[in-house]
Design a protein around this ligand. Structure first.
Ligand code: G3P
Ligand code: MG
Length: 247
């Protein structure tokens, strides 16, 4: 596989409503290597894909996901806010995304949203679903809540984890090893610190920065031969990666 892998952030979210089946299909059409999704849990304990803990910004409804049963959540329109042609898109279940990609070689980055709202056993439920689909080797779980990542490794050490963070942490590869994590998922500016990439690779830590849409930064990161780039514009990133000839 060519490197860096191009991972579509919330699907091809520059072109279709984020975290909907339309945005995932679009990401696949644009030849993304992977898709990043955000996962929350409903009142009746179903894992669903949405960025915010509330439905207000991306649907025609109001309120917290934790207060909806799946059947109520499924009535909401998650497409019209982005464009009339996407009317009728729904908040997907995690299982729908797994179903969509199971017969492909698309990688799935599942971001567990587990703060400020804590969803009991969300790690276990997510892993059970991944296991049900036999996709343990095609998934990387990330989170800003690093306790969730420790929990993932406790439940199944085989599943890869990526530490999400924004601040300019010092020697985060040491922290990553402490957490038994496989990757760092930093805000992309962090990669330009001196020796950052070299140190991570020497310590066996993969790098999948987010969210990189500017062509100049995509080019710079492709040249660093990192593992993945999380972007809203997978078409642009694939083109740059393939032109520069990363491998
Ligand atoms: O996983 C990368 C990125 O999605 C983290 O931030 O807020 O877009 O979920 P956010
Ligand atoms: Mg995310």
């Amino acid at each position: 596989m060519k490197r860096p892998l191009i991972i579509a952030h919330r699907g091809a979210s520059a072109y279709a409503p984020e975290n909907t089946m339309a945005s995932f299909v679009k990401a696949m059409e644009m030849k993304s290597d992977g898709i990043e999704i955000d996962v929350h849990m409903t009142k009746d304990n179903v894992l669903v894909v949405c960025h915010d803990e509330k439905v207000d910004r991306t649907t025609d409804g109001e309120g917290f996901i934790k207060d909806f049963n799946l059947s109520e959540l499924k009535k909401l329109d998650a497409g019209s806010w982005f464009g009339e042609e996407f009317k009728g898109q729904r908040i997907p279940e995690l299982s729908e995304v797994l179903e969509l990609i199971k017969d492909t070689d698309i990688l799935l980055n599942i971001e567990i949203k587990n703060a400020p709202i804590i969803y009991p056993d969300i790690e276990k439920k997510t892993i059970n679903m991944i296991t049900e689909y036999g996709m343990e080797d095609r998934v990387i779980i990330s989170s800003f809540n690093h306790y969730s990542l420790i929990e993932v490794k406790k439940i199944n050490p085989r599943i890869k984890t990526g530490i999400l963070y924004m601040a300019g942490l010092v020697e985060p590869w040491i922290y990553a090893k402490r957490l038994n994590a496989d990757a760092l998922h930093p805000l992309f500016y962090n990669l330009f610190a001196p020796d950052f990439v070299k140190e991570c690779f020497e310590n066996g830590i993969m790098l999948n920065p987010f969210t990189v849409d500017d062509e100049r930064y995509i080019e710079a990161l492709v040249s660093l031969k990192i593992n993945g780039i999380i972007t809203n514009c997978p078409d642009i990133a694939v083109k740059i990666r393939d032109n520069i000839g990363g491998n």
